[in-house]
Write a protein that binds this ligand. Structure first.
Ligand SMILES: Cc1cc2nc3c(=O)[nH]c(=O)nc-3n(C[C@H](O)[C@H](O)[C@H](O)COP(=O)(O)OP(=O)(O)OC[C@H]3O[C@@H](n4cnc5c(N)ncnc54)[C@H](O)[C@@H]3O)c2cc1C
Length: 326
C-alpha cells in the first residue's frame, strides 16, 4: 500500500483547503470503500482528510418540511431515524439491505453515494478497465459479466453502481448539497451520476474538490407506502443483483401516482420513467405493471451472461407494485 498522509479537519472550509492544496487529496468518511481500494492499489491518494469530526452528522427537518440528512450521518443512523422510517420507508429498507451492521455503523451517507463499482475487473489491476485507466479497454465485455449492467451501458463500460441507498434516494428525487471554496451548490440526484458514454471514469457531476454536506429529501416526494426489494446471490451481506424501489398511489382502482427506481442494472440508480409514464392514469393491475416494466426494459442491452437480469427486473417491478397496490 502506498504511503499517504492523514489529517482531521475541524471545519468545512479547512477540509476544503486541505484537499485543494494537495494534488491528490481525498475526503475520508467511514473508509469502508476508499481504504479497501487503497489496499488493492486501485485508489492511491497522497492525503486523506477525515471529515467525520465536521458538524455534518444528523437528520433534521428544514423550514419547508424537507428531511435533511447530514453527509457524515452513518448509514445506521439514517436508516433508524423516525422521520426517514415514517415518510421514506424505502430508504430505510434500502440502507438496511446493504452491507452489514458493523459496516453501516461506520459508513457515511456521502461515502455511500460515492462508493465505486464492484466490477471485479475494476478492482483487478491486471485487467483492462476504462473506469480505472481511461482508454485501456473493458475486460468485462469478454469476461464473466453476469452481474453487469443491462441499461445505459456503452462499449466503454458495463459496470453497475452498487449503492442500495442511492436507488431509494433516486425514487424520492433527493438533492445532493455540497460546498466548494467558491461557495455552496446543489445537484438533484437525477443529474448527480453521469451517463457512461466514453468517459466511465467521470462518475458524477460533483465539482472537483467538492465536499458533500447533506442530502435533502423533498417533503413533496415522501411516500409512506414505498418499498425497497433487493434480489442478491445470498440472503445478506451481498450487493444487489437487481433491486427495485417503488411508490404507488391508487385511487378508485387507477394509478394516481407512481415512482420506480432500479438498482443493479446500470452505472447509476435507474429511474424507470418510461414505466411510470405507461402506468399513470391506467388500471392498477399486475398485467399493466408487467407491461410497463417491459416497456422500460425494451432498451436493455444484455450481454451473453446477464440476460436473466431483464426477466428478473421485469418480475421484480411487477411484484413490488402488486404488493404496494394490495
Ligand atoms: C463487505 C462489504 C459489503 C457491502 N455491501 C453493500 C451493499 O450491499 N449495499 C451497499 O449499498 N453498499 C455496500 N457496501 C458499501 C458500503 O456501503 C460503502 O463502502 C460505504 O457506504 C461507503 O461509505 P464510507 O463513509 O465508508 O465511504 P469512504 O470509503 O470513506 O469514501 C467513499 C468515497 O466517498 C468520498 N467521500 C466520503 N465522504 C465525502 C464527502 N462528505 N464529500 C465528498 N466526498 C466524500 C471519499 O473520498 C471516497 O471517494 C459494502 C461494503 C463492504 C466492505
Amino acid at each position: 500500500m502506498k504511503e499517504f498522509a492523514y489529517s482531521r479537519a475541524n471545519g468545512v472550509r479547512e477540509a476544503l483547503v486541505m484537499v485543494a492544496e494537495q494534488e491528490n487529496g481525498r475526503f475520508l468518511g467511514g473508509g469502508t470503500n476508499l481504504v479497501d481500494l487503497m489496499k488493492r492499489g486501485v485508489e492511491a491518494p497522497d492525503l486523506l482528510v477525515d471529515v467525520r469530526s465536521l458538524p455534518l452528522a444528523g437528520v433534521r427537518e428544514d423550514d419547508d418540511g424537507d428531511v435533511v440528512i447530514g453527509a457524515t450521518t452513518t448509514n445506521s443512523d439514517a436508516a433508524a431515524h423516525p422521520e426517514v422510517r415514517r415518510r421514506y420507508p424505502a430508504l430505510s429498507q434500502a440502507v438496511l439491505a446493504g452491507a452489514s451492521g458493523q459496516l453501516r455503523n461506520v459508513a457515511t451517507v456521502a461515502g455511500n453515494l460515492l462508493q465505486r463499482t464492484r466490477c471485479a475487473f475494476f478492482a483487478d489491476l491486471s485487467t483492462a478497465c476504462n473506469k480505472r485507466v481511461p482508454g485501456s479497454g473493458c475486460a468485462a465485455l469478454a469476461g464473466v459479466h453476469h452481474n453487469h449492467a443491462i441499461l445505459g451501458t456503452s462499449p466503454s463500460c458495463v459496470a453497475t453502481n452498487p449503492s442500495d441507498m442511492a436507488v431509494s434516494l433516486m425514487l424520492f428525487d433527493a438533492v445532493v448539497h455540497y460546498e466548494t471554496l467558491d461557495g455552496e451548490g446543489e445537484i438533484p440526484l437525477s443529474r448527480f451520476y453521469r451517463p457512461v458514454g466514453d468517459t466511465p471514469h467521470v462518475e458524477t457531476a460533483l465539482p472537483a474538490g467538492a465536499l458533500i454536506t447533506s442530502v435533502r429529501l423533498p417533503r413533496a416526494t415522501a411516500g409512506e407506502r414505498s418499498r425497497y426489494r433487493k434480489v442478491r446471490e445470498r440472503a445478506s451481506y451481498a450487493f444487489a443483483t437487481v433491486s427495485v424501489a417503488a411508490d404507488l398511489e391508487v385511487r378508485a382502482g387507477r394509478v394516481h401516482e407512481v415512482r420506480i427506481a432500479l438498482g443493479g442494472v446500470a452505472s447509476h440508480p435507474w429511474r424507470a420513467r418510461i414505466a411510470e409514464e405507461e402506468l399513470r392514469g391506467g388500471p392498477a393491475v399486475p398485467e399493466r405493471f408487467r407491461a410497463a416494466a417491459e416497456a422500460e426494459l425494451a432498451a436493455a442491452r444484455a450481454l451473453p451472461h446477464n440476460g436473466y437480469k431483464v426477466t428478473l427486473a421485469r418480475n421484480l417491478i411487477q411484484s413490488v407494485l402488486t404488493e404496494i397496490a394490495g
